[in-house]
Design a protein around this ligand. Structure first.
Ligand code: GLU
Length: 334
């Protein structure tokens, strides 16, 4: 139980568009530890809305890889639960209900801008890292006649109108006190022109319905949080607590990618024969939960888990990380 009497509930929300890599594994491990150390419940939700990017074979593989790491969950596509279905692609009716409510409130407007229009606005200095330049608000003030005229040529997307005067503040469990101006990222898409519901809307709709109290996810989503806070406010729901887990960087300081070698769990397992306990121990060491690398199961970390020990926005892999992971390099002594 949390201090407000609510059951503590967290989630894994992977997108089955690629294999799990070390960064996803770190986020999943921390999310699991946060909830299990509080005696709470975990939901596995597959964020598979973008059918072109998501692959069924990966959706089948992701739960297996999480289990291989030693993680488990109480509700999900494989085990069911009171909030089924747990695949976003099967939850469109729920999202449409929320879109209708926001439309009724007058918070959404149709946007007819093309990709080229949006690129032309790219000189704007700020914007969400994840989504490129801030939307300049072009379609927000169109008259009914202008909308009707544009609708003849293009199916619109739907955007949520942010309150530019608002400041969104939250105490992030890892990043600490954080504030974003409502003006920063611009009005954002909640339904794409091709009809696909956008991540921001789906994630808030699901986290409300699935009674999630604690969201722990990758650092790259930190600047999506003000948008989601604005949606919680519009929907009259109290937001969950947020924590954003450190981004993994290669030794050259750039974001971890294939360039840095075998970063997917399956590759580490199949090509290098790395045991899952070694990966868990390595991640715990990287995140600052342990002062040396040892073989561990996630359950070994529960009793002493303290989110406050994870304070950094990023963790850098040492050059010889494959050797460290495979146990060939015993050189690290503390
Ligand atoms: N589906 C997102 C991802 O795979 C995570 C969304 C979230 O945790 O809010 O990056």
């Amino acid at each position: 139980m949390a201090s407000n009497g609510k059951r503590v509930r967290g989630r894994f929300a992977p997108t089955p568009s690629g294999r799990l890599h070390l960064g996803n594994a770190l986020t999943a491990l921390l999310a699991w530890l946060q909830i299990r150390s509080a005696g709470g419940e975990i939901v596995l939700r597959l964020e598979d809305l973008d059918r072109q990017r998501c692959k069924p074979e990966l959706a089948a593989l992701l739960p297996e890889e999480l289990k291989w790491l030693g993680l488990d969950w109480d509700e999900g596509p494989d085990v069911g639960g009171p909030h089924a279905p747990y695949e976003q692609s099967k939850r469109t009716a729920q999202y449409e209900r929320i879109l209708d409510e926001l439309l009724r409130q007058g918070r959404l407007y149709p946007c007819y801008c093309s990709r080229a229009d949006l690129m032309a606005a790219a000189s704007a200095p700020h914007g969400l890292d994840a989504e490129g330049p801030a939307y300049p608000g072009t379609c927000r003030t169109l008259t009914a006649a202008e909308r009707a005229e544009r609708a003849l040529r293009k199916t619109p997307s739907l955007r949520f109108a942010m309150d530019e005067r608002a400041t969104y503040r939250f105490a992030d469990g890892i990043a600490g006190e954080t504030a974003f101006s409502g003006a920063g990222g611009g009005d954002f898409v909640v339904r794409r022109a091709d009809g696909i519901v956008a991540y921001q809307l789906a994630v808030v709709a699901d986290d409300i319905e699935m009674e999630i109290t604690d969201v722990l996810r990758g650092w790259d989503l930190l600047d999506s949080t003000p948008r989601q806070l604005a949606l919680y406010e519009a929907l009259g729901s109290p937001p969950p607590r947020f924590a954003h887990s450190p981004l993994l960087l290669g030794a050259d300081g750039s974001r971890l990618s294939k360039r840095h070698g075998a970063v997917s769990l399956s590759e580490l397992r199949e090509r290098f024969g790395v045991r899952s306990e070694r990966i868990v121990g390595f991640l715990a060491w990287l995140a600052g939960l342990r002062d040396r690398i040892e073989e561990l199961k996630p359950a070994d970390l529960v009793a002493s888990f303290d989110l406050a020990a994870v304070r950094s926005p990023s963790a850098t892999l040492p050059d010889a990380w494959i050797d460290l992971l495979t146990g060939k390099d015993k050189g690290l002594n503390f």
